[in-house]
Design a protein around this ligand. Structure first.
Ligand code: SF4
Ligand code: SF4
Length: 382
């Protein structure tokens, strides 16, 4: 059972552990451009899907095997492929420019924050949410990869200044970046607030931000030339290297974790994570934690009416009006939601967490953003 607190401090006791490969991978492919099909035989590292967004990293098989099923949500790989891996690519010998960016993108790196020239590169080194310690673990145990990541990011962006933001009082440094200490309390770990703490400005032009997990992946790609096929997750207080697509059921069985009746399993963190709908759901690249929450500790959200208590407005660090935005989203008045500040919301989840009526505020906000984005893409095609 999870006990929620806002501190981002974590006591690391172990090094990163490897999660054993499951028999099947369930890779989420919703809204992606599929590059394989049922019946295909894959080698570990083969591309299975591309991201539709400009700069979005490709997705790869975390194990070799046969594709045994594809539907709108998932691609299932039966992991019978042995240890063979795709050939590495020497990204370090490439000059900076389009070829390097395209190669990194094809290896799974989201290159959008690494494109163009930046004045300041901010490296977010804070744990993303309470109870998740992956950033802290990488700053302790992933120095070589982080150094390689900083070198590659500097090569691509040529920033005048690179700043590593860490919890105030921590003695951490990465070659190529100056260290700045900031308050280690949620939501100050979110990119928008880290940038404000480092630069003193909100959304300053010429500033790029990358978190330590993505920087580590970038460094791993630079050092190995191989695609990204794993994510790092905090589960029951320890950090695991987990193949992308590993079903939640496999993780629970391996670690002896049990979800009782009424419990919710959340992938991500306690504030911003998403409840799973099936134990067969596979983990994604951006899932940095797995939590089992009981309804006694955190009551489930419900389809309840707003009681106008104002708590969500008081909690919101973006100074918008979550109760009004969510009401507009609920009744599909998305443009009106924009007028109440939808696009200034950086999805911290504090409004939903503190809502007395337990309204699914963050879900409504994400729904509205997704609908407006889809409408924008449709309009662009007309
Ligand atoms: S998730 Fe809610 S509290 Fe957080 S920034 Fe958005 S509207 Fe504000
Ligand atoms: S916290 Fe919940 S009930 Fe209170 S104003 Fe916000 S949405 Fe309404």
């Amino acid at each position: 059972m999870l006990k929620i607190h806002y501190s981002l401090d974590f006591e690391l006791t172990n090094s990163i552990r490897d999660m054993a490969l499951p028999e099947e991978l369930h890779i989420q492919v919703r809204n992606l451009i599929l590059k394989t099909k049922k019946g295909s035989v894959l080698t570990k590292g083969d591309v299975i899907a591309e991201h539709p967004a400009p700069g979005g990293g490709a997705f790869h098989a975390a194990a070799g095997g046969k594709v045994t099923g594809v539907n709108y949500h998932n691609l299932v790989v039966n992991c019978t492929g042995g240890d063979e891996t795709v050939s590495p690519v020497d990204v370090n010998s490439m000059g900076k420019g389009t070829e390097l960016l395209r190669t990194l993108q094809s290896l799974g790196v989201d290159v959008a924050p690494l494109t163009g020239k930046a004045e300041v590169l901010v490296i977010n080194g804070l744990n993303p949410e309470p109870g998740v310690s992956v950033a802290q673990q990488l700053l302790r145990d992933g120095r070589e990869e982080l150094r390689a990541g900083v070198a590659l990011a500097r090569k691509l962006l040529s920033p005048n200044r690179a700043v590593l933001a860490v919890p105030k009082g921590e003695q951490v440094a990465i070659h190529g970046a100056e260290t700045v200490g900031i308050r280690a309390k949620y939501p100050y770990s979110l990119d928008a607030l880290v940038v404000r703490a480092v630069t003193g400005k909100e959304f300053p032009e010429g500033t790029r931000v990358i978190n330590v997990m993505d920087l580590y992946d970038l460094g791993r790609v630079a050092l190995t030339g191989l695609p990204i096929t794993e994510t790092l997750m905090t589960i029951a207080g320890h950090n695991y290297r987990v193949p992308i697509g590993t079903p939640v059921r496999h993780i629970l069985d391996l670690l002896g974790l049990v979800a009782g009746p009424g419990d919710t399993i959340v992938l991500g963190g306690p504030f911003r994570g998403e409840a799973i709908y099936s134990l067969d759901e596979g983990v994604k690249k951006t899932d940095y934690g797995l939590f089992i929450t009981s309804s006694d500790a955190i009551p489930a959200v419900q389809d309840a009416a707003c009681i106008n208590c104002g708590e969500c407005v008081l909690q919101c660090p973006a100074r918008v009006q979550p109760h009004l935005i969510s009401r507009c989203a609920e009744y599909e008045r998305f443009e009106e939601a924009e007028r109440y500040g939808l696009n200034s919301c950086f999805e911290c989840g504090l409004c939903a967490f503190n809502c007395f009526a337990r309204r699914p505020l963050l879900q409504y906000i994400r729904f509205a953003k997704a609908q407006l984005k889809a409408k924008g893409q449709q309009d662009a095609q007309v």
